[in-house]
Design a binder for this molecule. Structure first.
Ligand code: AMP
Length: 284
C-alpha cells in the first residue's frame, strides 16, 4: 500500500492508471477508520483493480461550533487497518493543497439538502458535494462507495453525479453495526459509557419501528411517537430530528410503504449521532 499526500501526484497517478486500462474504485472518508469504512473497502475490490481510500477531515462541511478541531485523527492507525483491508492507495491531502489561496468554487445541490441534516447543519452538504466533486476530479474513479449510514449524503451525491453528468458509478452499502446494534461511527469515540448505553435507543427504536411497520402499522405519526418516546428515555438524549421520509425525495410522508425510511439524529451531550433504516426491510 502506498500513501499519497499531494493532490497533483494523486491525479497524475490516477490518470496513468486509467491510461493502462485499470479500473479505480474509491472510498472517501474522514479517517479514524472502523469496520463500516472497511466494509466499503472490501466491497470496492469487486468494482476495480485499484482501490483508493481518501482520508481528509474536510473543514468546509463542519459548521461553526462543530467538532472539526476535535475530530479524531490517526493516520498511522488508519494506514495499518487500510493495508489489512486491501487498500492500494491512501490519499491523505493537506487542507492547504485542497483549498489553496484564491479557491472560490462551491458545488451545491438544492432541494434534498434543505431537510434533515441539511436543516440542522446549514452549509454541511455544500461542503460535502464540493469536496466529493474535487475528490472525483483528483482520484478519477470508475466507482465510488458510500455508506447508507449517511443516507441523505448518499442521496445528495447521487443527485449531484446525475445532474453534473459525472461518469462515476455511485454504490450504496449497508450500515455496519456493533454487536449490540449501535451504528459504527468515528464519533462513537466521544461517548462516555453511560451515554453509549443511552445511544442504543437509536438502533433499538429503529428496530421497534421496523417490527411495528412489518406487523401492519402504516401510520407514520404512531411510529414516530414510539421512536421519540424510546429515545427521550435517555437522560442525556436531545432529539435533533426523527422523520419518516420517501427514500428519493426525502420529503416527509404520512403512510408507510416500501419507500419509507426512518431517519434519526440525536445529541448525547455535544455528540450528534445519526441512524436510519427502511421500515419495510429486515434490519441489517
Ligand atoms: P466518514 O468517515 O464518517 O465521513 O464516512 C466515510 C464513509 O463511510 C461514508 O460513505 C459513510 O457513510 C461510511 N460509513 C460510516 N459509518 C458507516 C457504517 N457504520 N456502516 C457503513 N458505512 C459507514
Amino acid at each position: 500500500m502506498e500513501t499519497i499526500r499531494q493532490v497533483d501526484e494523486m491525479q497524475l497517478r490516477a490518470l496513468a492508471l486509467r491510461d493502462t486500462g485499470k479500473r479505480i474504485a474509491f472510498v472517501p472518508t474522514m479517517g479514524y477508520l472502523h469496520e463500516g469504512h472497511l466494509s466499503l473497502v472490501r466491497a470496492a475490490r469487486q468494482y476495480a483493480d485499484v482501490v483508493v481510500l481518501s482520508i481528509f477531515v474536510n473543514p468546509t462541511q463542519f459548521g461553526v461550533g462543530e467538532d472539526f478541531e476535535s475530530y479524531p485523527r490517526n493516520l498511522e492507525r488508519d494506514s495499518a487497518m487500510a493495508a489489512d483491508a486491501g487498500v492500494d492507495i491512501i490519499f491523505a491531502p493537506e487542507t492547504a493543497d485542497m483549498y489553496p489561496r484564491n479557491y472560490a468554487t462551491t458545488v451545491r445541490v438544492d432541494g434534498i439538502t434543505e431537510t434533515l441534516c441539511g436543516e440542522s447543519r446549514p452549509g454541511h452538504f455544500d461542503g460535502v458535494t464540493t469536496v466529493v466533486s474535487k475528490l472525483f476530479g483528483i482520484v478519477q474513479p470508475h466507482a465510488a462507495l458510500f455508506g447508507m449510514k449517511d443516507f441523505q449524503q448518499l442521496a445528495v451525491v447521487r443527485r449531484m453525479t446525475l445532474d453534473l453528468n459525472i461518469p462515476v458509478e455511485i454504490v450504496g452499502m449497508p450500515i455496519v453495526r456493533e454487536a449490540d446494534g449501535l451504528a459504527m461511527s468515528s464519533r462513537n469515540k466521544y461517548l462516555s459509557s453511560e451515554m453509549r448505553q443511552q445511544a442504543l435507543a437509536l438502533s433499538d427504536s429503529i428496530h421497534n419501528a421496523i417490527q411495528a411497520a412489518q406487523q401492519g402499522e402504516t401510520d407514520v405519526a404512531t411510529i414516530m411517537d414510539m421512536v421519540k418516546s424510546r429515545i427521550k428515555g435517555g437522560q442525556d438524549a436531545r432529539i435533533d430530528y426523527v422523520e419518516i421520509c420517501h427514500d428519493s425525495t426525502l420529503k416527509p410522508i404520512t403512510r408507510i410503504d416500501e419507500h419509507s425510511v426512518l431517519l434519526v439524529a440525536v445529541f448525547f451531550g455535544s455528540t450528534r449521532l445519526i441512524d436510519n433504516h427502511y421500515l419495510l426491510a429486515p434490519m441489517d
